[in-house]
Design a protein around this ligand. Structure first.
Ligand code: AMP
Ligand code: MG
Length: 421
């Protein structure tokens, strides 16, 4: 098939096509130590109330509120982890420390600072209220409450909560295994001195960072040559151990652009060109798993080897990262079971006149600054697809629809947030 025969697809249509063909990889149970950054695969329901027992919120004395304004005999102590087994009878108190169990009979805690102590007699103020200064059982969480929904990213608070509920391991989405390949005879390893006409393979490192941020396990394949057979061997070998192949370079229309025909020979090229700037030659293909099914259950069995995804990203550094953001990152998140596939968006006021491209949606890189309650977007300068500096420090991508209108300075637009200022 001639490369130019690929239809130019609308950027949103292409993004939906990619997600439609992206599988969710399934779950595995992993210990808490391996959970940070993973995605919860099933709802977590509280199997017990939190706190499980009435726990003092302060250091002080556990008493009966009815004994307010009197002097009480201190008959024991309840420290964290060392409860007092007796009962607080009228006219008595026990010393209690933060986290200690409120003993039977007591209905409130008086803070250390609010009492007068003389020997083993403590005088407490008037006006005590039952319930004060301790956490009642279930006050934080009731038994049976859904505390974490499937699809949530496991960060600090989520892991702390799971641990507080006594869960030593959690079901999480499997990480996609991604094989990453740079292509082009002009590329040299970073650190080697480029000869005339050569450049360092910078995309590998940019995409590695992007892939890791998106939760992937990455296998670096290095640099592939502009030679069909060698490239084919590299790709076929890499695919056997990967869920996803990501390449950069070799997708534009030219004699040395070998990725589209290669993917065409291995599977189905579903996207070959998009109405997107930067990133017009973005290519997406599905590739059947060459391994035999694990059990002979027929072609529709879920146990059959699933399709692999291949993303052919353009070689220009900005194009490869912008197409990664628009197409690859949401797919990698879907594979892991994330509920939130897209970057968050915020309304921002455009601080410059954004000119449109006739037939392509353009993602412009901007920095944001606060002006009162608003965020104002400034262009990062020349938006050339080779100028990686336009992405360094960018806070957001602003989408400029195709046409001859553009967007005037002062207009409010939705910005895809990469980082907040
Ligand atoms: P291509 O898509 O292969 O036609 O490449 C388009 C442009 O991106 C060319 O100027 C390439 O030299 C450049 N390029 C391709 N691959 C890389 C890479 N891995 N790192 C940096 N620049 C690259
Ligand atoms: Mg090339």
């Amino acid at each position: 098939m001639r490369v130019s025969a690929y239809p130019l697809i609308d950027a949103d249509v292409a993004a939906s096509l990619v997600l439609e063909h992206t599988p969710v990889l399934g779950a595995e149970r992993v210990p808490l130590v391996d959970c940070p950054g993973r995605v919860l695969a099933e709802d977590v329901v509280a199997s017990a109330a939190l706190p499980a027992f009435p726990a003092s919120a302060v250091d002080g004395y556990a008493v009966r509120a009815a004994d307010g304004g009197t002097s009480l005999r201190v008959v024991g102590e309840s420290a964290a982890g060392r409860p007092f087994d007796g009962r607080v009878e009228p006219g008595t108190a026990i010393r209690i420390l933060t986290g200690g169990v409120l003993p039977a009979g007591a209905d409130c805690v008086v803070m250390m600072e609010d009492v007068q102590l003389s020997g083993d007699v403590v005088t407490v103020p008037v006006g005590l209220k039952p319930g004060q200064n301790f956490h009642a059982p279930g006050a934080d969480l009731r038994e049976g409450e859904r505390v974490l929904p499937a699809g949530v990213a496991l960060g600090a608070a989520e892991l702390g909560l799971a641990a507080a509920l006594g869960l030593a391991e959690l079901p999480v989405g499997r990480r996609p295994r991604v094989a990453l390949l740079s292509t082009g005879d002009e590329l040299v390893e970073v650190g080697e001195k480029p000869a005339r006409g050569q450049i360092p393979d910078s995309n590998r490192w940019a995409l590695l960072a992007a892939l890791l941020e998106a939760g992937s396990e990455v296998r670096l394949l290095g640099i592939g040559p502009d030679e069909p057979e060698a490239l084919r061997r590299l790709v076929v070998d890499a695919l056997s151990g990967a869920d996803v192949l990501v390449t950069s370079g070799g997708v534009s229309v030219g004699t040395h652009d070998l990725i589209k025909p290669l993917l065409e020979s291995l599977g189905d090229v579903l996207v070959g060109r998009v109405k997107l700037k930067p990133g017009k030659p973005f290519t997406f293909a599905t590739i059947p798993d060459p391994r035999p099914p694990t059990r002979p259950f027929g072609p529709t069995s879920p146990l059959r080897g699933r399709e692999k995804l291949a993303f052919g990203l353009p070689g220009f550094p900005v194009s490869s990262l912008v197409t990664f953001e628009v197409f690859v990152r949401p797919a990698l998140r879907k594979m892991q079971g994330h509920a939130q596939l897209q970057r968050p968006t915020l309304p921002v006021r455009l601080g410059y006149d954004a000119r449109a491209t006739a037939d392509r949606t353009e993602y412009q890189r901007v920095t944001l600054r606060r002006e009162g309650l608003e965020l104002v977007a400034a262009s990062t300068g020349s938006q050339s697809s080779s100028r990686l500096v336009s992405l360094v420090g960018a806070h957001a991508l602003v989408r400029i629809p195709p046409g001859d209108q553009g967007i005037r300075a002062g207009t409010i637009v939705e910005a895809m947030i990469l980082a907040l200022p």
